[in-house]
Design a protein around this ligand. Structure first.
Ligand code: SF4
Length: 351
């Protein structure tokens, strides 16, 4: 179902589905057993805008660590479990707000039932996750390899298994590193699944390729009204994942707030270090709680005109630049003072 119609599910203090705002998730890359390192990373993720965080739970020590981690953080904690159903039970008993399992790889129906019963007892939602790398043999044979139809059938089989065990606090994720297959799979599953969908492009790569694949894939899926939580998977810092996720949601009009920086591509007229300046501006505005557009333009010839769409902007010249407000030049500033002048304007910004 589309995001306005999916079942509302409570994950700790955050509601997802049923028209709730699309929630941003990330996953820690510290050892979960290392409580202080994991807490430190989660607090940084919170500051960046992460709303739900997932930790790998590969050992019982990690499951026990969740209870200690939870005492220091302020967002829901999801335990990521593979293979060992006892870790899922341990994670729930230690306060996980949601567990992510692939019911196909934790050792049979009885074990899925044991996890489901524990989740029911603690009112902890289960995220059923399948991905293209773990598709069952019979589905690979049925569909002649990994296909969107096979992914959806695999996910829905598991959803039905948990429903038959009398539990409906379910979130579903289907992932593939093939972007267009992932899009197709989400379109198909949205037609038959009443539960919230967590959307991400898996193994999407390093910063550049990961951002591009995630933007294209998540952009199409979210724009079709599908998807209740997202993760931008990057081979890099999880903080970068949050920045990218926020920008994707903002670009799609699914989030308000935060300063949007637009900057020109530079050309033969550029006489200042615009690339450096644009990066400095982007960094500087990150903490301002304003919902405005800031333009950083390379020259005074076209800059003011091109910055007309923005609330405020700066345009470079030779040794000096212009401060522009809604297309009107308001003052000339020495080049080295452009950044600080803009910062002062933002500090004293009055809508
Ligand atoms: S604003 Fe000026 S420097 Fe930037 S691309 Fe346009 S003409 Fe070139």
């Amino acid at each position: 179902m589309k995001r306005d119609e999916t079942k509302k599910i409570q994950i700790g203090s955050v509601l997802i589905g049923g028209g709730s705002p699309v929630a941003i998730q990330s996953m820690t890359n510290t050892r979960t057993e290392d409580v202080s390192a994991t807490v430190e990373q989660i607090l940084k993720l919170e500051s960046a805008g992460c709303e739900i965080v997932r930790c790998a739970v590969p050992t019982m020590e990690a499951a026990h660590a969740l209870a200690h981690i939870k005492r220091h953080i302020h967002i829901p904690l999801v335990a990521d479990i593979h293979f060992d159903y006892r870790l899922a039970i341990g994670a729930i008993e230690n306060g996980a707000d949601k567990i992510r399992i692939n019911p196909g790889n934790i050792g049979g129906k009885d074990r899925v039932r044991a996890v489901t019963d524990k989740a029911k007892e603690y009112h902890v939602p289960i995220r059923v996750g399948v991905n293209s790398g773990s598709l069952e043999k019979q589905l690979l044979e049925k569909y002649g390899g990994v296909t969107a139809q096979g992914l959806v059938e695999s996910a829905m089989d598991k959803v039905h298994m948990i429903e038959q065990m009398g539990y409906e606090e379910i979130v579903v994720s289907i992932k593939s590193s093939d972007v267009m297959m992932c899009v197709k799979a989400h379109e198909l599953i949205a037609e038959q699944c009443p539960y919230p969908l967590h959307v991400g492009i898996t193994e999407s790569g390093t910063l550049l390729s990961g951002n591009i694949k995630s933007s294209v894939g998540l952009g199409i899926i979210l724009n079709e009204g599908i998807g209740d939580t997202i993760r931008v998977s990057l081979t890099g810092s999880p903080i970068e994942e949050i920045k990218s996720a926020r920008l994707i949601l903002k670009t799609l009009g699914l989030r308000k707030g935060g300063i949007e920086v637009v900057s020109c591509p530079t050309c033969g007229r550029t006489k200042i270090d615009l690339i450096g300046l644009a990066n400095e501006v982007e960094h500087m505005v990150a903490d301002f709680p304003l919902d405005i557009k800031v333009a950083v333009m390379g020259c005074v010839v076209n800059g003011p005109g091109e910055a007309r769409e923005a609330d405020i902007g700066i345009a470079g010249g030779i040794g000096e630049g212009l401060l522009i407000k809604r297309g009107e030049v308001v003052k000339k500033v020495r080049e080295e003072e452009l950044l600080e002048t803009l910062r002062q304007e933002l500090v004293h910004w009055d809508e």
